[in-house]
Design a protein around this ligand. Structure first.
Ligand SMILES: [Zn+2]
Length: 670
């Protein structure tokens, strides 16, 4: 009998402990938004954000351009990258600290961030729908990561164990705060995807430890590689705890350089895009990914604080990029040396560095600027980078990656499954997983549509009115988008439709009647304000001709050449499509008065995952240019041999083996 009482008490106690633990896991943070309401960035309470996020979980993608890519991301890219991270010891680096593996630490000092980015990607995928197998894998990795965390909260596999005395001594190169930033982002994504707090609690413990050591009246630190700034602002949005926002502000604007213990030069701070006050920056002149991440953090900071000096700097830097330093593919960071932004108009094609991570940073930054303003010019750059300079970073099979994305290749570029510095692959994976969250926003006025893709939205307006939206389209291959709105009750609000800058013209109809009372201007959002009812149908049709893009004459390398674009997709010529001619010997006859004349387009479902191919009669040199002299005292003869020009989307190149490729094609007067 006493045994039975003891057993009952024991079992009750166990159940109570489990119950408490579960309760703790389910609980939300103080002042935080409901977990299911959080988007890629959670801007709905940000006082200086015009647009508010729609969570990934509210959008179900239908068939179309991105859906097979997201499927490949989930089925192939994410499992395969974890296998490679395991193979290269990146997970074992954590297990060795907890005694689960007796191995040497392997890899660069920032490999933790690669695993954290993988974890964020997996957690973002879980926001799109349950996947018990992926969840189990992620949970197991989380166990290994958290088991390595020090009692004080510190967590960085390179600086634990035998190198513990080097902790927080080399901010220029040690990437500790950078890795922490990625840990925070993974923790938030996992919290949103599962409702479970443990990874985020681990990240918070580490962040609190850092904040206890450094700050305005304490020892000074700087990130070395920006990233933590945007993570801290998101942590503030997630927890409601202002100290994270204040620390982000400290890192961006208030580090006391004279008190930094490490030997640093002014050019170090310039290149690292940290340390110096963000508001002192006048141009993008530094490591490109660092600059993009710092700009993301500063835009997040602005959304919460409204500091006008931060906004002014963001505008100056955005102008520097968009007017002088961005490729037609949306890639940025042209210079090999230092993986850096070059000078104005320094945009070489074959030597383009254009790291995939820099294109991703550009997407993340422009998404934030769009959230502040609702201005289409930011969506334009985001979309350009998404369909081109970002997407070229991954193979159609989803398991090969480019680190660099050149615009000309002489046949020496091949995507690789693994890089020792493997920052880009998990960054690609988390970006693909975010795409459903980039399609819509809300504002007090109504609903915004930024990207076009078949999908179903199940969400609510800012005032809580429930709404379902169905989008049907074959964009970007076809020019028509049909949007059916289903508000729960009849309701007045605005629908903002993005009219891209690349279209010469567009029309919008409502329930079968074209809206003609105001112009539909490319490069803007077209607002329809009315009392919406169930089954209202809006159809947008874009003119989608093949467009020849001419470059500013200051861009010497592209002088006399054009890039081809249709919709948001930039094209290239690739050697498998030119069996008897070098792609570099082809010239495109164009009528300068009507450069879009004479192209034909055809959707080829079996080619490169299904693409629209562009064709036009073109010319090639009778004698290959490689057999002609380097210089001569008269102009080279005009090409006369007839060839068919066939162009494929730039993102799809290098999927048919090693090839030669160019984006900018010389043109001659027709
Ligand atoms: Zn990278």
């Amino acid at each position: 009998m006493p045994h039975r009482i003891f057993l009952t008490i024991f079992l009750t106690a166990i159940l109570l402990i489990i119950g408490c633990k579960n309760k703790k896991q389910q609980a939300v943070y103080q002042s935080a938004r409901p977990v299911h309401e959080m988007g890629i960035i959670s801007t709905s309470s940000s006082p200086n954000a015009k647009l508010h996020d729609v969570p990934i979980s509210a959008v179900t993608l239908g068939d179309g351009f991105w859906q097979p890519r997201l499927q490949a991301n989930k089925d192939r890219s994410i499992p395969e990258l974890l296998r490679l991270l395991e193979e290269h010891g990146v997970v074992d680096n954590f297990r060795r600290l907890s005694g689960r593996r007796n191995v040497e630490r392997r890899g660069y000092l920032f490999t933790d961030s690669d695993l954290f980015k993988w974890m964020e990607a997996a957690a973002l995928v879980l926001q799109s729908g349950d996947d018990p197998q992926l969840k189990a894998k992620l949970d197991s990795v989380i166990d290994d990561v958290l088991a390595a965390q020090g009692k004080d909260g510190y967590l960085n596999t390179y600086h634990q164990g035998e190198r513990a005395n080097e902790r927080f001594t080399k901010f220029k190169s040690n990437h500790e705060l950078y890795c922490l930033g990625h840990l925070i982002q993974a923790g938030i994504a996992y919290y949103c995807g599962s409702g479970e707090r443990r990874l985020l609690d681990g990240a918070i413990k580490y962040a609190d430890y850092v904040i206890s050591l450094f700050g305005p009246d304490k020892r000074q630190c700087f990130p070395g590689h920006p990233e933590i700034e945007m993570a801290l602002v998101e942590l503030y949005r997630t927890t409601g705890d202002r100290k994270y926002l204040d620390f982000a502000d400290y890192l961006l604007n208030h580090v006391q350089l004279d008190k930094i213990e490490e030997k640093m030069t002014a050019s170090d701070f310039q290149y690292l895009f940290s340390g110096l006050p963000f508001t002192s920056r006048k141009e993008l002149k530094s490591h490109a990914v660092r600059a993009m991440y710092a700009c993301c953090g500063a835009t997040d900071l602005y959304m919460e604080t409204g500091n006008p000096a931060v906004w002014e700097t963001l505008q100056t830097l955005w102008k520097d990029m968009s007017q002088y330093k961005i490729y037609v593919t949306g890639g940025v960071g042209s210079r090999y040396q230092g993986e850096a932004f070059g000078n104005k108009y320094e945009l070489p094609n074959e030597r383009a560095y254009t790291e995939t991570c820099a294109a991703i940073g550009n997407i993340m930054w422009n998404w934030r600027l769009l959230n502040v303003t609702g201005d289409e010019r930011y969506t334009e750059i985001m979309e350009r980078a998404l369909y081109n300079g970002f997407l070229s970073g991954v193979s159609l099979t989803g398991d090969r990656y480019f680190y660099r994305n050149p615009l000309t290749s002489f046949g020496d570029n091949e995507r690789q499954p693994w890089y020792n510095c493997t920052c880009c692959p998990p960054n690609v994976e988390r970006t693909l997983a975010k795409i459903p969250g980039y399609i819509y926003s809300t504002s007090p006025e109504g609903l915004w549509v930024h990207l076009y893709h078949s999908n179903e939205l199940n969400w609510h307006l800012d005032d809580g009115q429930k709404i379902r939206v169905k989008q049907v389209t074959k964009y970007p291959w076809e020019n028509k988008v049909e949007i059916t709105l289903n508000p729960k009750t009849k309701k007045e609000f605005s629908l903002f439709l993005r009219i891209p800058e690349w279209t010469p013209g567009a029309s919008v109809s409502l329930n079968g009647e074209e809206l003609k009372d105001k112009p539909v201007n490319p490069g803007s959002y077209f607002e329809i304000r009315r009392k919406w009812k169930r089954k209202d149908v809006v159809v947008v049709e874009f003119e989608m001709p093949v467009r020849a893009v001419f470059s500013n004459p200051r861009l010497g390398e592209d002088l006399g050449s054009v890039a081809l674009q249709r919709g948001p997709v930039v094209y290239c010529l690739e050697s498998p499509d030119f069996p008897n001619t070098s792609v570099f010997d082809v010239a495109l006859p164009l009528d300068p008065e009507n450069p879009q004349k004479g192209f034909t387009t055809q959707f080829q479902p079996d080619l490169l995952g299904g693409i629209v191919v562009l064709r036009k009669n073109a010319l090639a040199y009778e004698i290959p240019m490689t057999d002609q002299p380097l210089y001569r005292y008269a102009p080279f003869k005009r090409p006369t041999r007839s060839v068919e020009l066939k162009a494929i989307p730039y993102y799809a190149w290098a999927n048919r083996g090693v090839s030669k490729m160019e984006v900018w094609v010389p043109w001659v007067k027709e």
